[in-house]
Design a protein around this ligand. Structure first.
Ligand code: KIV
Ligand code: ZN
Length: 447
């Protein structure tokens, strides 16, 4: 198999680890709705919940297992019989069920949380995986807090669970403690030292406490991990999990360094992000990579000018490739004439150079006072600056009175100053069909 054909399994845990983050709990219907979106997105594995945790979680996992048939549906269980039985009860009708067993292996967890010895831990892990395997062919094992576990002991536990029938070994950086070079080395060591490792999939599960979850995941892939565990918008315990959309787009944009394939449909990323935010009521941070509202917005004049000439100047991926319909030029104090001119055109006005200069001066003064100049501000400014002036050439016919009223412009004014077209779903006016020619000099102002 060539490097081009290596496929990374995307394991989405938004409904389990993600749901554990404060303010992100979802009810049964909401989980089902999101599970359908994760299916459309192309996730290979959906971890639907932790069935022993509550009756609600059990029912949600069961319902998802019953209706979502393409991806593997996983349910989490501690390394003990009641958990594993409950998980299997919820999963057994799935087309492709997986039991995900976990047990902490670091001395800190063994001593203070579980109060068991390393030998007891080893035996418990082996027995739990053997029992899970007696119910389900597909068994994943996670040594919780792997990155703070003694490496020799970690390899010993992993070898034991492979022998007991585990098909995926997930290596969690439970507390977001590791760094990329170290995590890559850990994956390499596991590949070198664990007997039988060639027959199982190695997985990475990274938390973001130091802001390195995605970087650590990428290092794990480079070192041989072939499954990544992640969540939409990076939600999850504390600082969250590795963000699915960032991992996938890193592989797509930097294919030269990460020549791997996933089954993710990029065009569904934005929709998944928005749906999760809408369901949980937790907004996506504006500067969130890939799916934040500013991810494709450009305010600085030099940037706006570049993007208008060729988006490649400041965009490393197209908004469309992640499902965002268009990039958005934010008009603020750093904006240049080029962007202002385009927005005026979008609003239905064409100005000659002198008129645009005039508007631009007023625009800069306004932008200094208010952060973002919205379309209605701009319309007002245009009206004030150019009370029916010969230099302003409207591009549109007058809109109906109701629309004029909605834009709080009098009927009389609307005759003289034609109003804007209806905005699209993202608040941007529809593109202006124009065959007006701009000479090179006009565009030089933008910088
Ligand atoms: O972070 C973690 O260790 C986990 C395990 C249950 C896989 O979420
Ligand atoms: Zn986790």
């Amino acid at each position: 198999m060539t490097a081009e054909q290596v496929r990374i399994t995307v394991f989405d845990t938004t409904l389990r680890d993600g749901e554990q983050s404060p303010g992100c709990s979802m009810n049964h219907q909401e989980k089902l709705r999101l599970a359908h979106q994760l299916d459309r997105l192309g996730a290979d594995v959906i971890e639907a919940g932790f069935p022993i945790a509550s009756d609600g979680d059990f029912e949600a996992v069961k319902a998802i297992a019953g209706v979502i048939r393409r991806p593997v549906i996983a349910g989490l269980a501690r390394a003990c019989r009641p958990d594993i039985e409950r998980a299997w009860e919820a999963l057994k009708d799935a087309a492709r069920p997986r039991i995900h067993v976990f047990l902490a292996t670091s001395d800190i967890h063994l001593q203070y949380k579980l109060r068991i010895t390393r030998d007891q831990c080893l035996a418990q892990a082996r027995d739990a995986v053997r029992f899970a395997k007696s119910l389900c062919d597909d068994v994943e094992f996670s040594p919780e807090d792997a990155t703070r576990t003694d490496c020799d002991f970690l390899c010993k536990v992993l070898e034991a669970v492979v022998e007991a029938g585990a098909t995926t070994l997930n290596i969690p950086d439970t507390v977001g403690f590791t760094i990329p070079s170290e995590f890559g080395e850990l994956i390499s060591t596991i590949r070198r030292r664990v007997k039988g490792i060639e027959n199982v999939t190695i997985s990475a599960h990274c938390h973001n406490d130091l802001g390195m979850a995605v970087a650590n995941t990428m290092a794990a892939i480079a070192a041989g991990a072939r499954q990544v565990e992640c969540t939409i918008n990076g939600i999850g315990e504390r600082a969250g999990n590795a963000a699915l959309e960032e991992i996938v787009m890193a592989m797509r944009v930097r294919r030269d360094r990460y020549p791997y394939e996933t089954g993710i449909v990029g065009e569904q990323l934005f929709c998944a992000s928005q749906m999760l935010s809408e369901i949980t009521g937790v907004p996506v941070q504006p500067n969130k990579a890939v799916t934040g509202r500013n991810a494709f917005a450009h305010e600085a004049g030099i940037h706006q000018d570049g993007v208008l000439k060729n988006p490649l100047t400041y965009e490393i991926m197209t908004p469309q490739s992640v499902g965002v319909p268009d990039s958005k030029l934010v008009l603020g104090k750093h904006s240049g004439r080029h962007a202002l001119n385009i927005r005026c055109e979008q609003l239905g006005y064409q100005f000659d150079r002198r008129a645009l200069d005039d508007i631009y001066r007023r625009f800069v003064r306004l932008a200094d006072k208010i952060k973002h100049v919205e379309d209605h501000h701009l319309l007002e400014l245009i009206r004030e600056t150019h009370k029916p002036a010969a230099s302003a050439t409207p591009l549109f016919e007058s809109m109906p009175t109701a629309v004029a009223a909605a834009a709080s412009v009098s009927a009389q004014e609307s005759q003289r100053f034609p109003l804007v077209p209806q905005p699209n779903a993202f608040g941007l006016p529809l593109p202006v069909p124009t065959d007006q020619h701009h000479d090179q000099e006009d565009y030089l102002w933008g910088v």
